[in-house]
Each structure stands twice: as C-alpha cells, then as structure tokens.
Design a protein around this ligand. Structure first.
Ligand SMILES: [Cu+2]
Length: 469
C-alpha cells in the first residue's frame, strides 16, 4: 500500500496545508479502516494511544470512533448507512446512522489537531455532514448546495480542518435534513483543551449524549419522517428508558455531562439530589461569573449544554427530562381522562362482548406501569422499568445517576441498586389517624367563606350510559 507521503511525492505535492482542490486526491489514498459497532451498549472510554493525551468522554449507549494518525493528521472514517438500533430491549428500529449505529460514534480530538474525516455514503440518497459549532473553512461546513455538492450514494468525500476551539459539538447532515435527522443521523464531537484552560475544569467522569425523538408506529420499524411534534419515542442517543444506561460514578467525583438537542422541542433536563452549574455551550465554556446553581437546565432545539457537579450524595438519583410526556414511551394523546369515572356498569356490558376487556384509568394511570399488558409487536410499554421497590413507571428520557462510595476510579460498570441505610427511607405511618381539621375561613382573607362550607359532590356520567336508580 502506498503511503500518503509517497503518494504525494509521486504527485509532486510537498507537505503543508492541503488546498481544497487536492482533497479528492487524498480520498484516492487508502481510506482509514472502517470501524463499525453492532451493539447499543455504553463502551468504556477510548484512551488516546496517539496524539496529545486527554481524559476521554463516555458516550451514553455509544462509543468513540478510533482514528489513525497519518503525517500528524487525525484521520477518521464515517460511513452513513442504514442501521438497526435497539431502542430498548424488545424494540428495534430501522434507522439511518453512521458505522453501524444511531447516533454515530463520538469523535474526540484535541484543540489544534488537524482532523480529516472521510465520509462514505451508503444511503439510498445523497447526504453531507455539517460540523455543528466548529470554526472551519467555509467549504468544510457541510451545507449541501451552499458549501459543497452533496455526497452521492456510493461516494466518499473528505472533510479537513483544524479543531480550533475546545468544547462540545455535534455533527449531522445538512442534506434532506428533516428526513435524515428523523431517521437518526447525528453524532457527538468533543474537542478537548490543548493545555490547562482557565474555564475548563478537569473532571473525573465526562459523559455525553444527544437528545433525539422518533415516531415509530407500534408494530412497525421505520420512523415516520414527516412527524413534526407528536413523536412517540423520546430518546437519549436513540435509546428509551429502560434501555438507557445509568451514569455510574464514585462518591466525590466531579462529573461533567454534555448534552445536545436534535429533537423538535426543548427539554428541561432535571437532576435529583445535587445542584449543578452550566459550564459550557456549543459556543464555548461559559465565563465563571455567569454560572449559578441549578437543578434543571432547559436545552432548546439545536443547543448544547455542559453541566458539572460534585457527586457527593450516595444513592440512585433520577436524571430525566422534566416534561412528563417525555418520560413515557409509545402512547396515544387523544385518550379521555377517566379519573373519577365509575364505569363498572359499562365494563360489565363490554366484558359480555369482549371477555379480555379491562377497565383502566379510573383511579389514575399507575396501573399501566404495574401491569404487563399484551402489546403489539415491536413497541415499548408507555411506563415501565422495574426498580428495587417496584415499577418505576417511566419511559423515554429517563435514567439514573448512581453515586457509590466503592465505585472504583475508571469503573463505569452498573453497581446495581442502592440500599438505603436503615432509617433513611420514606416509611408507612402506622400510628392513629386524626380527621384533618378544616380551615374555618376557606377562601382566604380576601374572600371569606359565607355561612358554613357546603360539601359538593359531583356525579360524573359517561355519555350514553344511564345507570338505573
Ligand atoms: Cu423532553
């Protein structure tokens, strides 16, 4: 195999920066080996073996793409292609992604690195890659038609630029964008600082993931790409709870979590048991005097947020999107509320016709999480997941931060469920119950109650059903 240097010697090109016109010649040299991933597991961090050292990130239910160093250039090979992604155990989706998975692998480089990314298109239509947030030559920005010709199926294009500023970035197509992102084409990019950076702290654990969403009808496999808002799978790195791995850290670790949003709505990300500060966006690290404590950070569409905290409380702490519909899996939204509706009479009549008919929802929806109802093929229960004390009743954008005293540095394995020390868990009151005393002036000072409060009872009738009295 001809080395790149020999190749250019033959061409009469000497080292130094490549002109854009010579990029296609580089593509003719041997491509970096294609590395593909067939599992949706969280892969341990990829410690750099060449180039400048850094503390690598952990991609939630994902992996980092290995590179090869060639004449001081970090070369990566991304292949855009149809993939099968397990959204959670029991459900797979036919997506488009990179190198075997959606999202594609994380690319990690160091500030100042010259990076060359070969992009091979194995999709049935053309594509491009836009390097969201990067400083780069205009012709490398990846907007099809504007900055370059789209990459036709079967072709390989080369992107090359210097990773000029450290931070949290992502990549995605800028060609038939609505379809290709709805199909799962996206990936994470982290540029580590070259030297000690005044605004970038060293951390013990550094996690990253993208927020994405799919609309896959129960029983089918391919997302409906024309859906704008009413998605039924709210995912992190194309995984839905209980398919999302936990964030496993050691007590006292300084933890960074980097999140990018490529859905069609905002996601207020909420962490239990700790306060964090927002230390960076895709625009760079935030000035220190702009940081204040939060327990929820809202991430708008197309934004990236970096949060940091000290994991100093042991336990299993929920970490989730605070939109309660985003911690649900496939569900219908046009279902009437049945709370308080006594439809025993109706149920009896229906059971005569449909023996398996079940009355649900008249005391709330928790039944849905406790009961394993028969589902159509290839979908996920709306609320599910078993915790140490029963059904977690969650889905979608939900996971757990597991803080443990004995989690070893560098160990990302799931330590199992937390065992609360005796006397530190909510418990059932078994003493006597007293009737609650009524507030005399119901209505408050401004609008005191007139006369004695009247007990109001509402009788709810289902339309068309008139119980006999
Ligand atoms: Cu959300």
């Amino acid at each position: 195999m001809t080395s790149r240097r020999e190749f250019f010697r033959k061409l009469g090109v000497t080292g130094g920066a490549l002109a854009v016109t010579s990029v296609s010649s580089v593509a003719m040299a041997a491509l970096p080996e294609l590395v593909s991933m067939d599992k949706p597991d969280t892969v341990p961090p990829l410690t750099p073996s060449t180039g400048r050292f850094y503390n690598p990130v952990v991609t939630l239910n994902g992996w980092t793409l290995p590179w090869r160093m060639r004449d001081g250039v970090k070369e990566f090979h991304l292949v855009a292609e149809p993939v099968v992604r397990e959204i959670a155990p029991g459900m797979r989706a036919h997506l488009w992604g990179y190198n075997g998975q959606s999202p594609g692998p994380t690319i990690e480089v160091v500030e100042g690195d010259r990076v060359r990314v070969f992009v091979t298109n194995r999709l049935p239509e053309h594509t491009t890659i836009h390097w969201h947030g990067q400083r780069l030559p205009n012709g490398m920005d990846g907007v099809g038609g504007l900055n370059q010709k789209q990459i036709p199926p079967g072709k390989t294009y080369v992107y090359e630029f210097v990773a000029r500023r450290p931070g949290t970035f992502m990549y995605h197509p800028h060609a038939d964008e609505m379809t290709q992102m709805a199909m799962g084409m996206m990936g994470f990019w982290v540029t580590h600082p070259k030297n000690k950076h005044p605004l970038i702290d060293e951390v013990d654990r550094d996690f990253c993931f993208l927020l994405n969403a799919y609309d896959v009808d129960p029983g089918s496999y391919t997302p409906k790409v024309n859906t704008m808002l009413d998605f039924n799978l709210w995912t992190w790195n194309s995984r839905a709870f209980p398919g999302i791995d936990s964030f496993n850290v050691r007590l006292g670790d300084k933890v960074r979590i980097r999140i990018g949003n490529l859905t069609m709505t905002n996601h207020p990300m909420h962490l239990h048991g700790h306060e964090f500060v927002m230390t960076g966006t895709d625009g760079g690290p935030t000035p220190r005097n702009s940081r204040w404590p939060e327990v929820t950070v809202d991430i708008a569409v197309g934004q990236m947020r970096q949060i940091e905290f000290l994991a100093d409380e042991e336990g299993d702490w929920a970490f989730h999107c605070h939109k309660s519909h985003h911690t649900m899996n496939a569900m219908g939204h046009d279902v009437p509320t049945m709370i308080g509706v006594d439809h025993r009479g109706a149920a009896k009549k229906i059971i005569d016709l449909i023996p398996d008919y079940m009355v649900m929802g008249e005391r709330g929806m928790a039944d849905m999480g406790e009961m394993e109802m028969p589902l159509p093929d290839n979908t996920l229960p709306m609320m599910t997941g078993q915790g140490p004390y029963g059904a977690v009743e969650m889905g979608g954008m939900f996971s757990v931060l597991k803080v443990r005293r004995n989690q070893k540095p560098g160990d990302y394995k799931d330590p199992g469920w937390y065992r609360q020390p005796p006397g530190t868990q909510a418990f059932e009151w078994d003493g006597p119950l007293t009737a609650p005393s009524r507030f005399r002036s119901e209505g408050g000072q401004g609008m005191p109650a007139q006369g004695s409060p009247v007990v109001t009872e509402v009788n709810v009738r289902k339309p068309g059903i008139h119980p006999k009295h």
